[in-house]
Ligand binder design. Sequence first.
Ligand SMILES: [Zn+2]
Length: 467
Amino acid sequence: MPPISLSDFERDALEALTAYATIPCLSPMFDDEWERSGHIDRAVELLADWALARTLADFDVSIHRLAGRTPVLCVTVESTGTSSGTAVLYGHLDKQPPLGAWSEGLGPFAPARRGDRLYARGVADDGYSTFSALLAIEAMEANNVAHSRCVVLIEASEESGSPDLEVYLDHLTEHLGDVELMICLDSGGLTYDRLWLTTSLRGIVNVVVTLNVLTQGLHSGSVSGVVPSSFRLLRQMLDRVEDSSTGEILVKELHAEIPAEHVAAANEVAAEFGDLLTESLPTVDGVPLMGSSAADRVLRSTWHPTLSVVGMGGIPEPEIAGNVLRPYTTAVLSFRLPPNVDAQTAKAAIFEALRTDAPPSAVVTISQAANGWMSPPLKPWLRDALNDASQKAFGRAPGFSGEGGSIPFLASLGMRYPDVQFVATGVLGPMSNAHGIDEMLDLPMAVGVTNAVITVLSAYAEKTDRT
Ligand SMILES: [Zn+2]
């Protein structure tokens, strides 16, 4: 069949996508009033109306609303082939907040097109997903290319960590049926010249540590030397979990062997792109970067356990710092975990390491623990299909890369559907600024991803041996 072109995408999707871009449907974490304001409702209804206008042989568009939860859009397209399994195409419609002032002429909810790029909050993360998923299926039917049963599942709590997704997956278990393929359209890669597949994500454990030494601050000239500094005691505790000279994590449960194919993929990325990661960093002059080579840095940022102190309390700003021995120091510790380390095991080990020999006045609380994710090994049919998809849509082989961040829904989908084949891809490339100012959707990339979805769905429908 002929590929979808940019003008097809413009004709069929751009008007509705641009209307969606004007809606400030922030994720619940960023809008306490989301239920009352109705922005998420407006967005889900807009997408549902657009979906209803598709030309498809046998399909159903439903908005599911469970009490107190964000809604979920579920578009079910019945199979036009012989396969019995379901392909789920995942996306989300909730948005990040604007973050700050956008550049001249751009605004988070005032969509603007410059060349082949559409600027507005949520267009790339992840508003395009509904359009790409359904345009792909619609084009297949128009060209008599068979597809399996497809469920396009668009949630509205992703940017809050997907707190509502599990509940809907329970609610929809029967409807989803025999899920064999999961296509997640909420990721991206290093360039716009090929299909990128996300192969892994790191997990996360966040810990709040407070060291109390006094019930009130006292003159440092009178009590220092007798009352221990809460900062020093905190330092001792941190020294049990991190080597302060190298940054290496000392808790052995947080370390894992990196699978050989992921090491090989990192080497390939480094060989082609060099030190892309570090070149794009706003590093201050003279800061020594960690890692021995480009490949090492790719692995360090996607597979190594790390500690970042992301917040501190009990310490005044420098301008108002008096000579006081402060009563307490609080630190928020953010640990990133290798994709294959269990977050609960890591959490227990971190807690144990921090508590061992800690002063009795230390308070340690875990505020978050979420698993990373590792793509299950690709079955031969899917590996071939992804190659084919990237070649057809972009004229070159696909790229495979790990990500250093966490996407909770992939971890929970991975646990729920351990035998399912995953395709985690998307349009988030350089300057797409998903969570920053000036978010942008590269329209040719959206078209390329749509065409890649067609190839993968077609290969899935054709596949006779599904073992
Ligand atoms: Zn997203």
